[in-house]
Design a protein around this ligand. Structure first.
Ligand SMILES: C[S@@+](CC[C@H](N)C(=O)[O-])C[C@H]1O[C@@H](n2cnc3c(N)ncnc32)[C@H](O)[C@@H]1O
Length: 256
């Protein structure tokens, strides 16, 4: 494990740090995360039967990274996540290697991974377009990227009305749901897949498969894309990374 993140975690990062000890026990694992991981792995195996190097961006406690290591024995798998606590839990098991890093500043050389996966994490990236440009940069030409993310505004209203009120008054959970819904409104991540397809295109990735996923309460969108042989547009990447370096004491490039 390596750490390259700021000493001061963002509020969101602190939320994930707090969640890390309970994350694997969350009921979301069964209803959303595990089924999504299985779909992602199925697509990954179909598209890249023998990958050379795999990257999981926003790996959390490393569940998908570990599954990748089992699905593709002997293939180096790397997981990155900005949450120190998530990475700490992930690193208790080998073989995947973990680094504390953000999608927006991946500490890897260009053209490194021929399979990149990211599940239920993209909506949390601070700058999704920069993250996707970085993702594209570290993917080999014609490498495959499998992204899956939930649509929160589809999930929350489906919660049974029984949890909504008690004696006609909103329960705390209902208030939380309203708050989350309000925060989601207008966020591009929740307009998947249209906004994501556009962002992928801007990052130099070509979507080759889009699949809506629906489970008991949850819906998600899965997108498989390949990196276009031409280099991605780097103007945004250079400009944003330049700005970022002013603020970050980012990790050095890790050559894998
Ligand atoms: C809901 S969890 C999903 C974890 C894992 N991918 C899974 O499927 O179980 C979201 C993860 O995204 C990570 N995350 C948040 N901001 C990120 C960023 N800018 N870059 C990469 N990962 C990020 C969080 O720390 C958290 O571990």
């Amino acid at each position: 494990m390596a750490s390259g993140e700021d000493a001061e975690p963002t509020v969101r990062q602190a939320g994930f740090d707090h969640w890390a000890p309970y994350y694997d026990q969350s009921s979301l694992q069964r209803v959303l995360y595990e089924p999504v991981h299985l779909r992602v792995l199925a697509h990954a195996r179909r598209r890249v039967p023998q990958p050379n190097r795999i990257l999981d961006i926003g790996c959390g406690t490393g569940r998908l990274a570990r599954s990748c290591a089992q699905f593709f024995p002997g293939v180096p798998v790397i997981g990155i996540d900005p949450s120190a606590a998530m990475i700490q839990r992930a690193a208790t098991s080998a073989p995947p290697t973990y680094f504390q890093a953000r999608a927006e500043a991946l500490p890897f050389s260009s053209d490194t991974f021929d399979l990149v996966v990211t599940t239920l994490a993209l909506r949390h990236w601070q700058d999704p377009c920069l993250g996707l440009a970085e993702l594209s940069r570290v993917t080999t030409s014609n490498g495959v990227v499998v992204i899956a993310d939930a649509r929160i505004s589809d999930v929350l209203p489906k919660l049974p009305s029984a949890v909504a009120t008690r004696n006609g008054r909103p329960r705390p959970l209902t208030r939380l749901i309203s708050y989350l819904l309000e925060r989601q409104r207008g966020k591009w991540a929740d307009r998947l897949p249209a906004a994501l397809l556009h962002a992928l295109d801007q990052a130099g990735l070509r979507a080759v498969h889009v699949e809506p996923l629906a489970y008991a309460l949850a819906t998600a969108t899965l997108i498989v894309s390949t990196r276009r042989p031409a280099r991605p547009r780097t103007g945004l990447l250079r400009q944003r990374r330049g700005q970022q370096r002013l603020h970050d004491a980012g990790p050095g490039r890790i050559r894998t």
